[in-house]
Design a protein around this ligand. Structure first.
Ligand code: ADP
Ligand code: MG
Length: 236
């Protein structure tokens, strides 16, 4: 059975989708079987970051029981498999988040890693996403407000029986106003697994619709994400 890891945050826009997309590609480049699932039901955008076009059937159709799961699994960059979310409001309304659990169960045998791109916050869809992974990685920015919100996410995940592996610090600039890695570890009581710097190449890559680790593999953020992939894959 593959490892199912939820990428979640308290605050929005911390970099969950960026991390999931690029980490997935990096793990695939290390020879791992990877499935990425866009569990951000109302704000699905994972397929955009991956540059995938022409997606007739999405996770939303599956959650609405209007399509088979196998028809919503697409091949993305570097051979990662992707279950994209739908963009139409009509479909979002019909989707039943509870069914996500069954979906994860069905795909758990199909890959080494199942990376779940979660919505921010603690609304129903976010809590559902926290429930469906066995492990949690918090994606946060090194600011106090983001960290305190992430702490709530971590505590809820633990209550639900999801194991917090650690935190990814994203958009790090090393300005004095940022919390240090040690301070963040003390607050969240989990290790920092990766420090991803603020990197203009991130936005450039997503505008191109090509994952950063492919478009610009030597950029600072790409290197940090590849190091995280190596850690998770057990390659040191
Ligand atoms: P989330 O999924 O948590 O809402 P995203 O991954 O969509 O966050 O990222 C939010 C925005 O921040 C996007 O415009 C993305 O390009 C940008 N971004 C993410 N990580 C970085 C980074 N390390 N450096 C610069 N911009 C980043
Ligand atoms: Mg996102």
């Amino acid at each position: 059975e593959g490892r199912s890891i939820v990428f979640a945050s308290g605050k929005g826009g911390t970099g969950k989708t960026t991390t999931v997309a690029n980490l997935g590609v990096a793990l695939a480049q290390f020879g791992k079987e990877v499935i990425l699932i866009d569990a951000d039901i109302t704000m699905a955008n994972l397929s955009l970051v991956l540059g995938m076009e022409d997606i007739p059937i999405t996770l939303h159709d599956v959650l609405a029981r209007e399509a088979d799961l196998k028809d919503a699994i697409y091949e993305g960059p570097a051979g990662v498999k992707v279950i994209p979310g739908g963009l139409s409001l009509e479909k979002i309304k019909k989707a039943k988040p509870e069914r996500l659990r069954e979906v994860i169960r069905e795909i758990s045998q199909m890959a080494d890693f199942i990376l779940i791109d979660a919505p921010a916050g603690l609304e129903m869809t976010s809590v559902t996403a926290l429930l469906i992974g066995k492990e949690l990685i918090i994606v946060t920015n090194p600011e106090i407000s983001a960290i305190t919100d992430s702490l709530k996410t971590k505590l809820i995940a633990e209550k639900l029986g999801t194991l917090p592996l650690g935190a990814v610090l994203n958009r790090v600039t090393n300005e004095k106003t940022e919390l240090t890695q040690e301070e963040i570890e003390a607050i969240l009581e989990v290790p920092v697994l990766a420090v991803i710097p603020e990197d203009p190449e991130v936005k450039r890559a997503s505008a191109y619709g090509v994952p950063l680790v492919i478009k610009n593999p030597t950029s600072p953020a790409a290197i940090a994400i590849k190091q995280l992939a190596a850690k998770l894959a057990g390659i040191k």
